[in-house]
Design a protein around this ligand. Structure first.
Ligand code: NAG
Length: 309
């Protein structure tokens, strides 16, 4: 039997004040466009420049694809909704948003761990790098991250789609997230909320701890054998660590903060929606000489191609 009478949910959005909506619109629109463009340039450069055909850059290009998908799940709707009075989303639209944000977010976490492992092998076992990170192994890691992400997401949603929703249907947010949605169900969801916090909390805190430990380990190794290559290794590592802290900071706050959602997390969510996907290309390319040189090469190659044709 289907008890549901709620067919759509209504977002309160971030604010009703026109003076804040306008800058918010400009800010989100600019950062969303910049994220899409920056990540696309990385994928394009890595694909077309043979000098960047190494495991690290393949993983980076894959991270860029994930970032483009991730910020397209919530940001476009949020941007279109900013000036609307009635910001609605259908029941299945809401479920879809939750499913993909958890699946793609989970995939990104596992991929970040793979990238840390890649750096560990490159720095601590340089002689075996190409045998350990073989194309086959990279593909295996990649497929594994997608599978883990989708399982993580499906496991929690299986229980949510059967819940009865009989109103109210107001979500104090600009996208669908599980903790808020569960509180709207007209049945006791304490067990389910606990499961979601364990599931999402475990995958985010677990990945974060694993990443921090592996980076400390790598930094320690670099420091012990400090040689000419260590400056370059340090700059790559600090880029990775910055991305990790920015990505996990807000997420861990959502899923492990004990008190029910404050207003702060609504604003923090913008970080993960548009800012982190934008920062990845900035951090990885501005700090990476090889990438910058390669972009120039691809750019001039394109210019020549246009001249010839
Ligand atoms: C993603 O990673 C796989 C495995 O290393 C690689 O074959 C593929 O080319 C990568 N994708 C991009 C866009 O670089």
């Amino acid at each position: 039997m289907n008890h549901s009478v709620v067919t759509e949910f209504v977002f309160l959005g971030l604010t009703n004040l026109w003076e804040i909506q306008l800058p918010l619109f400009v800010f989100s629109f600019l950062f969303y466009s910049a994220s899409m463009m920056g990540n696309f340039i990385i994928v394009f450069t890595v694909t077309f420049d043979d000098n960047l055909h190494s495991p690290m850059y393949f993983l980076l290009a894959n991270l860029s694809i994930i970032d483009m998908v991730f910020c397209s799940i919530t940001a476009p709707k949020m941007i279109c909704d900013i000036f609307k009075r009635h910001k609605a989303i259908s029941f299945w639209g809401c479920i879809t948003q939750i499913f993909f944000s958890h699946a793609v977010g989970g995939t990104e976490m596992v991929l970040l761990i793979t990238m840390a492992f890649d750096r560990y092998v490159a720095i601590c076992k340089p002689l075996h790098y190409l045998t350990i990170m073989s194309p086959r192994m990279c593909l295996f890691f990649l497929i594994t991250s997608w599978i883990i992400g989708f399982i993580h997401s499906a496991v929690q949603l299986v229980f949510v789609i059967d819940l009865p929703f009989c109103g109210p249907n107001i979500l104090d947010s600009f996208y669908c997230d599980l903790p808020r949605l569960l509180r709207l169900a007209c049945t006791d969801t304490h067990g389910l909320e606990f499961m979601v916090n364990i599931n999402s909390g475990l995958i985010s805190v677990g990945s974060f701890v694993l990443l921090v430990i592996s980076y400390i380990f790598i930094l320690f190794t670099v420091w012990k054998h400090s040689s000419s290559g260590s400056a370059k290794a340090l700059s790559t590592l600090s880029a990775h660590i910055t991305v990790v802290v920015l990505f996990f900071g807000p997420l861990m706050f959502f899923y492990t903060w004990p008190s029910p959602t404050s207003h702060l997390d609504k604003y923090l969510a913008i970080f993960d929606a548009v800012l982190t996907p934008f920062l990845n290309p900035v951090i990885y390319t501005l700090r990476n000489k090889e990438m910058k040189v390669s972009m120039k090469r691809v750019h001039s190659w394109l210019a020549n191609y246009r001249k010839i044709s």
